[in-house]
Design a protein around this ligand. Structure first.
Ligand code: 13P
Length: 205
């Protein structure tokens, strides 16, 4: 995709996520790899009101080379790209149910593999990294270790970060993660029938 197509797609996907409540206020940020480096949403911008001419431009070494100041989560985005070679785009959201899961004190798998699309888009399990304040560079090593396990990571008391081969696939996976977290809450007090090991393996294969 050309630079201008990527800009248009980033704005469209940001608006779509915002309009459907996956992001509120100025929470969340998006980035996509370009021929010259990366395009990223500006810090303190709303995903619902991005503009193609007002996106942060970073070079291959993540130096800010044009446009407004990038999101404060550059360290997190960079960690995910550098850990996952297939990553061409990264979506970070504070969507409600994933963030609710991220605040649970319980240990163990946080979102069960109940549906095929969870397994297909997100994987069998989603690792969680401990809490760091937004924008902290200290999350780097733990996030790299978690991102090595799969395309989606839960950030304790914060939200999610998800990689994809395109902006669309990263956004689809982030939405699937959010809906799977909703299902986990809806079914919290019910006897559930998770996918079997064979069913999960068939989807992963
Ligand atoms: P930015 O406005 O700097 O992108 O930060 C928003 C956010 O989601 C922090 O986690």
């Amino acid at each position: 995709m050309s630079d201008s197509e990527l800009r248009r797609q980033l704005v469209e996907i940001g608006a779509s996520l915002f309009d459907r409540g996956f992001s509120v206020g100025s929470a969340g940020n998006l980035s996509v790899r370009t021929a010259d480096g990366f395009l990223m949403t500006p810090t303190n911008s709303s995903l619902g009101r991005l503009s193609v001419d007002e996106l942060a431009e970073l070079d291959h070494r993540w130096r800010h080379v044009g446009g407004p100041r990038p999101s404060k989560e550059v360290v997190m985005h960079r960690a995910v790209y550098e850990t996952r070679p297939e990553a061409q785009a990264v979506v970070h959201l504070h969507s409600t149910y994933v963030t609710a899961v991220s605040c649970l004190a319980e240990d163990g798998p946080t979102i069960p593999a109940l549906t095929p699309y969870f397994v297909m888009r997100v994987g069998r399990e989603v690792p969680t990294v401990p809490y760091y304040r937004p924008g902290s560079a200290e999350v780097d090593a733990e996030l790299r270790a978690a991102a090595a396990q799969g395309p989606a990571v839960i950030l304790a008391n914060h939200g999610s970060i998800v990689a994809g081969e395109t902006l669309e696939s990263a956004s689809n996976a982030a939405e699937e993660l959010e809906v799977s977290a909703q299902l986990a809450f809806l079914l919290r007090d019910r006897q559930v029938r998770p996918l079997t090991e064979d069913q999960i393996q068939e989807l992963l294969d």
